[in-house]
Design a protein around this ligand. Sequence first.
Ligand SMILES: NC(=O)c1ccc[n+]([C@@H]2O[C@H](COP(=O)([O-])OP(=O)(O)OC[C@H]3O[C@@H](n4cnc5c(N)ncnc54)[C@H](OP(=O)(O)O)[C@@H]3O)[C@@H](O)[C@H]2O)c1
Length: 391
Amino acid sequence: MGIVKQVTILGSTSTIGVNTLDVISTNRDKYSVFALTANTNIDLLEQQCRTYAPTYAALRHEKLARELGERLSDLPTVVVGGDNSLCDVASHPDTDMVMAAILGSAGLQPTLAAVRAGKRILLANKESLVMSGKLFMEQVRSNEAMLLPIDSEHNAIYQCLANGAVGHASGVKRLILTGSGGPLLRADISKMITVTPDQACAHPNWKMGRKISVDSATMMNKGLELLEASFLFDISPGLIDVMIHPESIVHSMVEYLDGSVVAQLGNPDMRTPIAHGLAWPDRVPSSVEPLNLTSNSGLHFEEVDHDRFPCLRLAREISEEPQGLFIALNAANEVAVKCFLDELIAFTDIPVIIEAVLEQTKAEEAPTIESVIELDRAARELALNRVNRKS
Ligand SMILES: NC(=O)c1ccc[n+]([C@@H]2O[C@H](COP(=O)([O-])OP(=O)(O)OC[C@H]3O[C@@H](n4cnc5c(N)ncnc54)[C@H](OP(=O)(O)O)[C@@H]3O)[C@@H](O)[C@H]2O)c1
């Protein structure tokens, strides 16, 4: 039997975190849970600690950490709290790999801490790469960390590339990111203003958290993925196309210069990329239903309608610009989506707010983590001002 790998899950209460624990349950002889973290959901975190008995549980809020510590006083799990607690468990010498599954910009610092400690990072938190891509990838290289993409599209591309990188000699012509088009693919555009949070979150194929579900409905998710892919695979955004594929079976493709198109297929279930990230370069079972192509009603592909999905157009328009605009796009989107989910603004206000923030943001690089945080803060303020003018 091989050595059991110690896994830290940043954001274990997320959809991705829950799926990661499920894959670990299927492979208990190979993986053990070292640390789990959450934001406020201590009921689920407590339950997860009782099932997986991690060495550590971490919560940023000291008060919640104390409460969880009291609840878990019968277990050997040590509960740590405070701003640095997530970074500490992510970079702990005894953890072998870190699943980065915290939602949004809150995931940046703990994920970077794991990178700086040279860990194997299973990257679900695409926002951290969008915000700090160049800096992040430099840190990956200089600390000899290993980055395995968990976003199903990027994981698919990773599997379609010979060694996970585009490189100069690999003969790649373009990457093709597929996207289902979400729940509003066929909706009447003139009625989009009345779309409710529940309608926007009713994704036809994937079960995900509410923020990324709204991102799928606006297709900002694909915009963030375009930027993420350009950093991950070191390729110009101009060589990355997006295609609608409503069935979510082909998770993405790589077209080579000789005309070959290599695709990765599977049922829409995040346990497949998670199992791939955990086991690479080996394979482990994931408990995902086997793909049955003969019972399928066909695989369809179509071009993106940018009038229907202005968020994707905005991401594409800034994709060759300096990092500062990526930070602004991500921050404005996080604020706008939260306000939409809180029913303060309409669905159609989301791209309007993002565009207004981009127009007011200087196109500049963000070479340090401090500059990333400052540009993120400034863009959030602009977005909130815009929301306040609307409501
Ligand atoms: N869901 C998917 O299928 C999918 C696919 C590809 C990529 N991703 C990416 O994976 C990440 C997670 O997505 P999700 O849909 O799984 O998320 P989710 O279900 O909405 O859960 C969000 C997670 O982040 C934690 N969190 C939120 N704010 C935090 C803060 N300020 N500090 C520390 N932790 C915080 C939450 O803790 P509490 O539960 O305590 O609030 C929870 O664990 C995102 O970056 C998303 O883009 C997700």
